[in-house]
Write a protein that binds this ligand. Structure first.
Ligand SMILES: NC(=O)c1ccc[n+]([C@@H]2O[C@H](COP(=O)([O-])OP(=O)(O)OC[C@H]3O[C@@H](n4cnc5c(N)ncnc54)[C@H](O)[C@@H]3O)[C@@H](O)[C@H]2O)c1
Ligand SMILES: [Zn+2]
Length: 340
């Protein structure tokens, strides 16, 4: 639910629980507004989040807090923060006493668009991202775009990359509206209807395929190359944010869509322009090409060893899942991306 007034949206949900059975876990980097639905007057726990702290240890801190506050199976956990916090809290709530209700209040654009809906929860384990987790949807996700006022521009752009992905897989109209959005001003009011429509696309896809067996894989557009770029960058001096990696991944996958599926060139040209204007070029070297291909061959989305599985587009709004690409084709797409 997108809300102008978080208090009004939250009040009917809170009314369903005993006041002493409600806890709030929030990201310490944000300030909990004291005037919102008495949020700050409940039992509150501030967590320090990072990908390295997206761990079993942090999940157990949340469990400990729930025990300490005497939360029963009729309790409610409200998670306020970015995708790391909502993923962790969703997992902690869904496993505590075999599962209690939780509400997501995402505070980053990426969490609003992607992480806080769709029911995936979890944490990193043995260095593998999100390798332990559950599908366990929240009872509600309340999107209050005013959080974005304090979000650093780089984080804003990360979320916007996932919105661009949604537009590309959904339809030409949404894609065109996203291209018209002014990334120089990052106006929140102009963004709000776009957030609403992108979330609606994700919700529809997830409702049709909650366990990612078919159409939900379209949401992975840009992510085969994107994950490899992100992973490789973390072994180098300049780690790449997920959203930037996905944007670069979409350029590589749009290139392959043109070459292999005769997708029109226009979306590739439009996304390339937008990248140059707002995100900048990827900082990669020719010697990165082979490690990137090796990482893509190990991707957990592949059903057979060595093959590279991608979602590609026949046109904007016409994604095709399970497209197999050869290492040579992958190399060509990487060369294209690095040559821009
Ligand atoms: N469950 C899913 O379906 C799903 C989908 C996509 C991503 N994810 C997960 O989401 C995570 C990334 O989420 P993210 O990009 O929100 O990262 P994040 O949670 O790390 O937040 C990014 C940064 O912004 C800060 N922050 C949060 N809200 C803020 C605000 N309003 N103002 C200023 N700073 C603020 C955070 O403290 C953090 O430093 C990853 O762990 C990823 O695996 C999950
Ligand atoms: Zn993503």
């Amino acid at each position: 639910m997108i809300c102008n007034d978080l208090s009004i949206a939250l009040a009917p949900i809170l009314a369903r629980y005993d006041k002493n059975q409600i806890v709030v876990v929030y990201d310490q980097n944000i300030t909990l507004p004291t005037d919102v639905a008495g949020l700050a007057s409940h039992s509150v726990y501030g967590l320090s989040v990072s990908e390295t702290a997206k761990s079993l240890e942090t999940v157990s801190l949340v469990w400990d807090f729930l025990f300490e506050k005497g939360i029963t199976r009729r309790g409610l956990l409200i998670a306020v923060g970015g995708g790391i916090l909502t993923d962790l809290c969703g997992f902690a709530a869904s496993t505590y006493k075999r599962g209690i209700d939780y509400v997501n209040i995402p505070s980053t654009l990426l969490a609003m668009i992607d992480a806080s809906s769709g029911g995936k929860t979890g944490f990193n384990y043995h260095g593998l991202k999100n390798s332990i987790g559950l599908f366990a949807p929240p009872v509600a996700t309340l999107i209050w775009p005013q959080w974005l006022r304090t979000l650093p521009p780089q984080q804003f752009l990360c979320g916007f990359a996932e919105m661009l992905k949604t537009g590309l897989i959904a339809d030409q109209c949404l894609w065109s509206r996203l291209l018209q959005y002014d990334l120089d001003t990052m106006d929140i009011d102009a963004l709000t209807p776009l957030i609403r429509d992108c979330v609606a696309v994700k919700e529809q896809i997830v409702a049709a395929d909650p366990r990612e067996e078919g159409i939900r894989k379209t949401l992975n557009f840009g992510h085969t190359f994107g994950h490899a770029l992100e992973e490789l960058s973390h072994t180098q001096a300049t780690p790449l944010d997920h959203g930037y990696a996905v944007l670069y991944g979409m350029i590589a996958e749009l290139y392959l869509s043109v070459v292999k599926l005769a997708c029109p060139k226009e979306p590739l040209q439009q996304l390339t322009q937008l990248m140059l204007h707002a995100y900048g070029k990827p900082q990669c070297k020719c010697s990165d090409r082979d490690p990137l291909i090796a990482l893509m061959q190990q991707d957990k989305k592949n059903e057979h060893a060595e093959e590279i599985n991608c979602t590609l587009l026949q046109a904007v709004g016409q994604p095709l899942i399970n497209q197999l690409i050869t290492p040579q084709e992958a190399a060509e797409a990487i060369d294209y991306l690095f040559s821009i």
